[in-house]
Design a protein around this ligand. Structure first.
Ligand code: KIV
Length: 258
């Protein structure tokens, strides 16, 4: 199987579409890797999916570093992208650089950070230091308090034009790919056609070069999922059933047998 990195992801544009997902631990990262997932994102969505928070905002660098280390120990061929948590790149460029370096030292092949033109200085600095960057525009969950909820973005022509400009800016700054989250599919199509770099959509329609799904959504571990999600398994019921059967068999003396 091919080893994925910034160069092979770039080369996939217009050649093959990439189904990518998050993972936050070694077990699921190994399974995703064995299944051929090209990019495993250690997303700050771990805040909701593994840490029990309501948003991504409380995730700390220590959470990210532990998860990136676990995931990168488990994968062989997937590219591991470490999501920069809220607060790790907003408080000054030197601290941002230190955060990106720490994520790479923990095992990531690249970092992801949210923002368009406003983070292009960081994208230039990271890429100049050899850290590939996957940008993230559209609905950027670290700005949830500004939006007043997780709401689709880019719905007016002015907002769409700003987003197209942001997409071109992050490409020009050196990002190897850009996440387009929760934007109209026509806008995602326009951005995808305007860029030479890979667009990775989530809730952004079918025309993007690649897609993200949050692992807990795609596996059906989360029972409530956004409307754009397709569940490829219904694991919540399977897992709950297995726990219940175990508890019952221990209670009834059916396990262990010797
Ligand atoms: O943290 C996350 O899950 C993300 C998504 C865009 C995949 O950033």
């Amino acid at each position: 199987m091919r080893k994925w990195n910034a160069a092979t992801v770039r080369a996939a544009k217009g050649v093959e579409k990439l189904g990518c997902c998050t993972a936050y631990d070694a077990c699921f990262a190994r399974l995703a890797d064995e299944a051929g997932v090209p990019i495993v994102l250690v997303g700050d969505s771990m805040g909701m999916n593994t840490l029990g928070y309501g948003t991504t905002l409380p995730v700390e660098m220590s959470d990210t570093l532990a998860a990136v280390a676990a995931v990168s120990r488990a994968v062989k061929n997937a590219m591991v992208v470490g999501d920069m948590p809220f607060g790790s790149y907003q408080c000054g460029d030197d601290e941002a650089m230190r955060s990106a370096v720490a994520i790479v030292k923990a095992g990531a092949d690249a970092v992801k950070l949210e923002g368009g033109a406003s983070v292009c200085g960081l994208i230039r600095r990271f890429t100049a230091a050899g850290v590939p960057v996957l940008a993230h525009i559209g609905m950027t969950p670290q700005s949830v308090n500004e939006y007043g909820g997780f709401k689709k973005q880019g719905k007016t022509r002015e907002a769409a034009e700003r987003m197209l400009a942001d997409a071109k800016a992050v490409e020009e700054a050196g990002a190897f790919a850009v996440t387009l989250e929760c934007i109209p599919s026509e806008l995602a199509a326009e951005i995808t056609a305007s860029l030479k770099i890979v667009t990775v959509g989530i809730g952004a329609g079918p025309v993007c070069d690649a897609q993200w799904l949050v692992m807990h959504d795609l596996l059906g571990l989360n029972e409530q999922v956004p409307s754009f999600v397709r569940k490829y398994a219904e694991l919540a019921g399977v897992v709950r059933g297995a726990f219940a059967a175990y508890v019952r068999e221990v209670r009834e003396g059916a396990f262990p047998v010797k």
